[in-house]
Design a protein around this ligand. Sequence first.
Ligand code: CTP
Ligand code: MG
Length: 265
Amino acid sequence: MGAVRGGAAGEKGAAEPCPCACAERVDAPAGEADTCAIVVAGGSGERFGDPRGKQFVDLAGLPLMCWSVAALDRAPSVARIVVVCAPDRVAEVEQDVLGRLTLSKPVTLAPSGATRQASVRSGLDATPRDLDLVAVHDAARPLVETELVERAIAVVRADETLAGALLATRCVDTLKLVEGTTVVATPDRSFYWAAQTPQVFRRRVLLAAHKAAEHEEYQGTDDASLVERVGGRVCVVESTRDNLKVTVPEDLAIAEATLERRLLS
Ligand code: CTP
Ligand code: MG
């Protein structure tokens, strides 16, 4: 683990309109490559059920996680990438994932942990201190668009009071709070967003949040929740439902169809 593959840092990014819910313009400074991407690929994919692990199944001719790594590699603000994987899958990641891609950024491998949170922490420990921002991304979200990655990074970079920003979509279904099978409330849907990745943070804030969570034995389902717990302000960047997390086998067909649609458009 810890092997670094070669590559050059990215080029300069441009100022972006504010994509968060506030709908103001953000005149972000031209972004230098200040972000380390962390791609977490150390899960066992139990709900998906394929013995290879969902991150390695074929998606449009490549192992599924290739698409996430490639999308982050194309982001001009991303200077390098840490891929977190199970120690016994390192050779497979080297050959079948990294070996199939022509990447322009250096890649480091880090060992996964028993939980997603532990895997992110391991990846975070492998990020260089001189990059201010980290973008944590699920390998299982192969359809992430580079433009949205850049927007989330630009939002955090532009506002020093912000600890982080995450891609999210507005909830479209009516939500029910249910106890057992009894509906106890119908909350106002307009306040609810479905969280995705990447989630972009100031590196030192995310590290402090992970250390606090570990100390307090708190397990969150995403990184933003850890940062929120320690008082960090996190904002949403509106994403699309295309950026689905491949969780069950049906999701793979949807991902494949979306990729085909993109190739044809
Ligand atoms: N992940 C990880 N380390 C873990 C658990 C999850 O790096 N110990 C990664 C997965 O590989 C995935 C992402 O976190 O890219 C989101 O997790 P999820 O979709 O839940 O994937 P799995 O945990 O693999 O799937 P399942 O929960 O169905 O077992
Ligand atoms: Mg899981």
